[in-house]
Design a protein around this ligand. Structure first.
Ligand code: FPP
Length: 234
């Protein structure tokens, strides 16, 4: 691959299309999600190969609670299973795992496993892997406002750095590249704050098929972008 002059420090992925992928193959939506989970491990490996330091994966939005019960239960069971079975692998790969999103609507069991996984991997330094689960960008901002109002800070203290600390995603760097699979081109209430100057890359490929070649294409495309942050550069 052409050497990358500019690599995104933080990639955030909207992993879309599991359901359509499954239906096309005559499988159930659950089988699509299972294939989607398996693909996470491959994509994490590709991200490590390409030297990406921060990878955030949108696994469950707060709007996803409106899906049917059986699908919600299945997605929660996949999260539970991943926390049991895969944390040791991430630990061995020197990956720090974090949950980003609302903890309190998840079961006590999952909350405890998240705590354990975060502690277990907290000293790892090769990559930060953020599992974005029960997250909505607007809710994140509103929850931050509520926490700040409760603390009654001096109004002059409130600037962007101050505000960010109250966000679920507060400790993460700004997103450089958002990848969305399956042909959709919208943010769907993902990282509204952290994506303020993110570049977008959308592909028709559905999440379970998003492989190393597709990841390379996204990185090469990003490499050609001219990020101006509102300034003129010519
Ligand atoms: C979008 O596909 C995908 C999701 C809503 C869930 C993403 C979940 C995974 C990749 C697997 C589970 C991962 C964890 C960490 C538990 P869709 O169902 O909206 O697909 P469609 O638009 O084709 O119907």
């Amino acid at each position: 691959m052409t050497p990358l002059k500019d690599k995104p420090n933080h990639i955030a992925i909207i992993m879309d299309g599991n359901g359509r992928w499954a239906i096309e193959k005559g499988l159930s939506r659950k089988e699509g999600h299972y294939a989607g989970l398996k693909n996470i491990y491959s994509v994490v490996n590709h991200a490590l190969t390409f030297g990406i330091k921060n990878l955030s994966l949108f696994a469950f939005s707060n709007e996803n609670w409106q899906r049917n019960n059986s699908e919600i239960k299945y997605l929660l069971s996949l999260m539970d299973q991943a926390l049991d079975e895969d944390i040791q692998r991430f630990k061995n790969q020197n990956i720090r795992v974090r949950h980003i999103g609302r903890p309190d609507r998840l079961s006590k069991n999952i909350q405890e496993k998240i705590q354990k996984a975060e502690n277990f991997t907290k000293d790892n330094t090769k990559m930060n892997l953020n599992i974005v689960f029960d997250f909505g960008g607007r809710e994140e901002i509103l929850d931050a406002v509520k926490k700040i109002i409760k603390e009654k800070p001096d109004i002059d203290e409130i600037n962007q750095e101050f505000f960010e600390e109250y966000l679920y995603s507060g400790q993460l760097p700004n997103v450089d590249l958002i990848i969305r699979t399956s042909g959709e081109m919208r943010l769907s209430n993902f990282f509204l704050w952290k994506s303020h100057y993110a570049e977008f890359y959308c592909t028709e490929v559905k999440w379970p098929d998003f492989n190393e070649t597709e990841m390379k294409k996204a990185l090469l495309d990003y490499n050609e972008r001219h990020r101006r942050y509102g300034k003129t550069t010519h």
